[in-house]
Design a protein around this ligand. Structure first.
Ligand code: COA
Ligand code: ZN
Length: 302
């Protein structure tokens, strides 16, 4: 019997690229996106519509989005936005799904997007009113812990989400921005959130800072989550969260899930080759690093 379907959301072109200091040419970005799609990836966060002063690497957001939408009308392309302006730009170029980011930690919210919790909430309300056509995922950064405020209890996550659920948010991505989660905490937080809001469509976004990426993502899957995020080559991090490093690598995730019999729809070999190509094409910066763990010949974790 085929096991359950898991949707992999590749966020490398956003969360991965945003941390690379040296500008990655549009053609290289596009080649990686082409490769991801050829390997079977169907959901990609391709960029973010943020201030080019905050994230200079993604200053080509509009061009990338337009090119991808034109070439692949059937792929689910998402973009991260921090404010109404970003949402409007996304809508203008034809993006239909956005990830709206807010941090559970107010200190990280300030460091990341220079907004209080109240301001972030008000901005989402405005987006929902002015861009009703957009499908919104609430990216809840620092759900599992913050470099400034430490860990949060499941009740705090539930309490924070209350006003967003009341506002009409239906999809939430629980983000382990600094890779501090453990599998038990992942299960506890998911259980608490679903007990309070059983209607919510949940995703997880786990960084691999402490080599817990696969374990935490599997814990989420065992808790019932079917949408999980990762980045090709484990690229990633947050420039505004000290200590954050790479995401769970897509090739690690694909290997694990395929071997376990889950239906990811993604082929391991091409994705591994693509990760290796990415290592050659993109020199990494100080906050991030590729970490390809699976050796092609031995096919086992190093
Ligand atoms: N797209 C492009 N430019 C934008 C923008 C957007 N969505 N929102 C604001 N800007 C520009 C403004 O025009 C202004 O430009 P100027 O200095 O040339 O006049 C500048 O950014 C600052 O705008 P302001 O509204 O004063 O915002 P801010 O200084 O308080 O910064 C953010 C807020 C959210 C725009 C900024 O912090 C940001 O883009 N952060 C990125 C966060 C991120 O991507 N983190 C990693 C992923 S979680
Ligand atoms: Zn991240």
């Amino acid at each position: 019997m085929k096991m359950k379907k898991i949707d992999i959301y590749e966020v490398g072109p956003r969360d991965g690229f945003q941390n690379i200091k040296e500008y990655i040419p549009e053609a290289t970005k596009k080649e990686i996106i082409d490769g991801l799609i050829a390997s079977g990836i169907k959901h990609i966060e391709i960029t973010s519509f943020v201030s080019p002063k905050a994230i200079p690497q993604l200053r080509d957001a509009q061009d990338i989005a337009k090119a991808c939408l034109e070439t692949y009308p059937d792929v689910d392309f998402l973009a991260l936005v921090p404010n109404l302006r970003g949402a409007q730009t996304a809508a203008d170029v034809g993006i239909q799904r956005i990830a709206y980011v807010v941090s559970l930690s107010e200190s990280h919210n300030k460091a990341n997007i220079n907004r209080t919790h109240e301001q972030s909430y008000e901005a989402l309300k405005e987006i929902m009113t002015q861009c009703p056509q957009l499908d919104i995922i609430l990216d809840l950064a620092t759900t599992f812990g913050c470099p400034f405020e430490g860990k949060f209890l499941p009740e705090q996550v539930v309490e924070f989400l209350k006003q967003y659920v009341e506002l009409g948010v239906k999809q939430v991505c629980l983000c382990d921005t600094i890779g501090i989660a453990n599998p038990r905490q992942v299960k506890d937080i998911i259980a608490a959130v679903w007990e309070a809001y059983p209607q919510l469509d949940l995703q997880v976004h786990i960084h691999d800072t402490r080599n817990m990426g696969v374990a935490c993502t599997l814990a989420a899957i065992e808790a019932g989550v079917t949408k999980v995020q990762s980045t090709l080559g484990g690229l990633g991090g947050c420039p505004f969260a000290p200590g954050a490093s790479g995401n769970l690598a897509t090739e690690d995730l694909v290997y694990t899930l395929n071997e376990m019999g889950y239906d990811t729809g993604v082929q391991f070999e091409p994705i591994l080759q693509l990760a290796k190509q990415e290592v050659k094409a993109i020199p990494t910066g100080v906050y991030s690093g590729h970490h390809i763990r699976i050796d092609q010949t031995s096919k086992c974790f190093r």
